[in-house]
Design a protein around this ligand. Structure first.
Ligand code: AMP
Length: 403
């Protein structure tokens, strides 16, 4: 069900969001994008005079316990977010520091219509990531309806994302507006996208993106490959890649993907040349080399000028563009040109009418760093979740709303 179909007036809503924001050493929020992206849903609930109980995780507190085995509450508490949530929404916002059902119930009973209660980090509860039923049931008992707006964790069958939804009837739960937008934009690429469709796939390893590439063979006219994974393809085709990132266990698979692409009539673009460096460092010596002729001791850390020109042409003539993964080690300035040029080209193509989806992970960081996020069609908030959705997997958090 969609949010606008849900009967909401003056009801108590349990809202799962992804407020997993980065904090500095003083526990100040350094990037509030994830919070801001949930605001339209919160405002919609406010307009309907709901009582809004918000839950989210923050970091991995169970993996980063104190030396004595206790939770590092100070570091991972959602209390750090309360003031900012209040200022973003302009709503009275209370905080409940316990997952004890009686305490959560009494805190929610104190809420007035149009007010927020933020619950403590869901991952403080040991059962959360295991999909604990009793925790999910306790959470569900607080509200009349459940809204899931946490696309970033939709690929996890956790208590507060998936299991909790089972305690609500199909007519009493829905996606939030962010989740709806994420699904709609991904579907726009997956189902009947306007041709030519170009997928730009980069990042470190081919092994992380095999299923994505396989899926994209069905729907793309072009697959542009960049980043570390390009060298596994180059070596599979008989090239010398020196010390470039290369997964020798995946050479056969890379070859098979190239063969499959030929059958599917999808053109795979590999970088003709690379920026090669003699160390994994911004201070290393650099030279431009063919990507299949990199000297031993040297490594390809960015796509080269010929590759950039070729990729620009493909991107500018595309009508649908999906981008997942950087073209090089863009965190270091000497190897960022490929990624930022691709970012600009995707933005330019969008201004000329193409639809572009920046599909999560480091390409989102790159498009933000290039200040171009408002010049593309959609920037996903879900790294792993978007990857899995594009691979064609059924995400448990989505399924739980539909069933
Ligand atoms: P991923 O998480 O798989 O999208 O990979 C992103 C990471 O891949 C970034 O941190 C990049 O620095 C890294 N990366 C991109 N290109 C290369 C390359 N040619 N060699 C080594 N690492 C790379």
């Amino acid at each position: 069900m969609y949010l606008k179909e849900l009967k909401l007036d003056k009801r108590t809503v349990l809202l799962r969001v992804d407020f997993n924001v980065p904090l500095n050493e003083n526990y100040e929020i350094t990037d509030d994008t994830r919070m801001r992206r949930a605001i339209p849903t919160i405002k919609h609930l406010q307009d309907k005079s709901c009582k809004i109980i918000i839950m989210s995780h923050l970091g991995r507190p169970q993996k980063k316990l104190n030396d004595d085995g206790t939770l590092n509450v100070e570091k991972f508490t959602l209390k750090h977010l309360v003031d900012h949530l209040r200022s973003l929404t302009g709503m009275n916002t209370a905080f409940c520091d316990s997952h004890d059902v009686d305490k959560m119930t009494s805190a929610s009973k104190n809420l007035n219509f149009g007010e927020i209660l933020l619950l403590e980090n869901t991952r403080f509860h040991k059962g959360e990531t295991k999909g604990d039923e009793s925790f999910a049931k306790d959470l569900s008992s607080l509200a009349d309806v459940f809204v899931n707006d946490a696309f970033g964790t939709a690929h996890r069958a956790h208590s507060s994302t998936t299991v909790v939804a089972r305690y609500f009837d199909k007519t009493q739960k829905s996606f939030g507006l962010l989740m709806e937008a994420e699904i709609e934009n991904a579907n726009r690429v997956l189902n009947g996208a306007e041709s030519p469709v170009t997928a730009i796939i980069g990042g470190a390893k081919v092994s992380d993106k095999i299923q994505l590439i396989e899926k994209l063979l069905d729907i793309s006219d072009n697959i542009i490959i960049g980043g570390g994974m390009a060298y596994t393809f180059k070596k599979a085709l008989g090239g010398q890649v020196g010390n470039s990132l290369c997964e020798d266990d995946y050479l056969d698979l890379a070859k098979r993907l190239i063969e499959k692409a030929a059958i599917a009539n999808t053109k795979i673009w590999l970088p003709e040349d690379s920026v090669a460096a003699d160390a994994f460092s911004n201070e290393a010596n650099i030279k431009i080399k063919p990507s299949d002729d990199i000297d031993s001791g040297w490594m390809g850390l960015d796509i080269g000028p010929k590759a950039i020109e070729a990729y620009k042409k493909v991107i500018s003539s595309s009508k649908t563009i999906l981008w997942n993964g950087p073209m090089g080690v863009f965190e270091m300035s000497n190897y960022s040109n490929g990624t930022f040029t691709v970012a600009r080209e995707v933005a330019d193509a969008t201004q000329l009418g193409a639809f572009s989806l920046i599909g999560g992970g480091d390409s989102v960081a790159a498009i933000n760093k290039a200040n171009l996020s408002d010049k593309v069609s959609y920037v996903s908030t879900g790294g792993g979740a978007m990857l899995e959705y594009l691979e064609g997997k059924i995400l448990p958090g989505i399924q739980a709303i539909l069933s």
